[in-house]
Design a protein. Structure first.
Length: 320
């Protein structure tokens, strides 16, 4: 016979388990993005995925919510990556599937992580129905590697692969995007982060590092393809091509120092990003790290078009 004490104990255990399951479901609510496997998406033969924790040396891996980091391998002294430009279907929110263009099966494209001083080699294969190129937005590169089709290179035609090579001479939060028919291609979702970690240790140390790309879209009701001719009357704002409630939460522990890298490429608007209940300091832009003496405590960061902003909060900072 089950006693009242036993019944209460069993009920408590069931409720606790349900609560944990509910939390796990919220954390994993967004479906995982398709990752580039060796040989997939036209990957170079023999390319093996390295743990992305090593991409930044002693620095922690950047987490791209609802996205991923791009795998790499050593090749002749180069840290070698492979991007594939191609059409993708992206679920902005449950039931809202949009026809986009992106890289390696996702939009925004996977985050590229490397370290200041690295020699990088990036193969770009074009599986779009039109030519493309890749511009390394904010990255200091030789003129011939700047990715401006018709000026510094011939456009990459459908089915072709182009090899970019350069040495990283800076650190910070940069981006990449096409420079061929960019009004259409960027409006369709072609962009991504290029995070260059500093060679030496960072002070103060960052425990959790996130990257969020802001995008605006106009998708007509009943349609599934964005209208790239719309320049101001957008009807969707996404974080990493997801719309709330489909966005993945940023999970951290109390007391950790958190960095959020925010990029803005596709919209025509400067976006103020506000964290409710938290102060932070804007610690970096796409131009580099902001000196500590110039960092002000804020609750809102304005992210203009074509720029990035790094904000940091928590840890041993009493004012953020």
């Amino acid at each position: 016979m089950i006693t009242r004490r036993q019944m209460l104990k069993a009920t408590t255990m069931m409720l606790g388990g349900a609560g944990l399951l509910g939390a796990a479901r919220r954390i994993g609510a967004a479906p995982p993005m398709k990752r580039m496997a060796p040989g997939a998406h036209g990957a170079m033969p023999g390319m093996a995925e390295h743990a992305t924790t090593t991409a930044g040396g002693s620095h922690g891996r950047v987490v791209t919510p609802d996205g991923s980091s791009l795998p790499w391998k050593w090749e002749g002294g180069f840290k070698t990556f492979h991007l594939v430009a191609e059409p993708v279907k992206r679920e902005f929110a449950p039931g809202l599937v949009v026809n986009c263009w992106g890289y390696n099966g996702q939009t925004p494209g996977p985050t590229i992580e490397a370290q200041e001083g690295d020699r990088v080699r990036i193969y770009v294969t074009n599986k779009l129905p039109e030519p493309t190129s890749v511009h390394w937005h904010g990255v200091l590169v030789p003129n011939g590697m700047d990715g401006v089709s018709g000026l510094t290179q011939r456009a990459i035609r459908p089915g072709e692969t182009f090899k970019y090579e350069f040495t990283l001479r800076q650190h910070g939060t940069q981006m990449y995007h096409p420079h061929f028919d960019e009004m259409v291609q960027m409006a369709m979702g072609m962009m991504g982060f290029f995070v260059i970690h500093p060679r030496g240790p960072e002070e103060p140390r960052v425990d959790r590092d996130f990257a969020i790309m802001l995008s605006e879209w106009f998708v007509k009701p009943g349609a599934a393809t964005p209208d790239p001719t719309v320049m101001s009357d957008f009807n969707l704002l996404t974080f990493n091509s997801r719309v709330f409630p489909g966005t993945e939460p940023l999970v951290v522990r109390r007391g950790q120092r958190v960095r959020i890298r925010i990029g803005n490429l596709s919209s025509m608007d400067a976006h103020p990003i506000h964290l409710h209940g938290h102060n932070f300091r804007t610690t970096g832009t796409d131009g580099g790290r902001i000196p500590t003496s110039a960092q002000l405590p804020e609750t809102t960061a304005r992210v203009p078009v074509g720029t990035t902003r790094d904000v940091e909060s928590g840890g041993d900072c009493p004012e953020c």
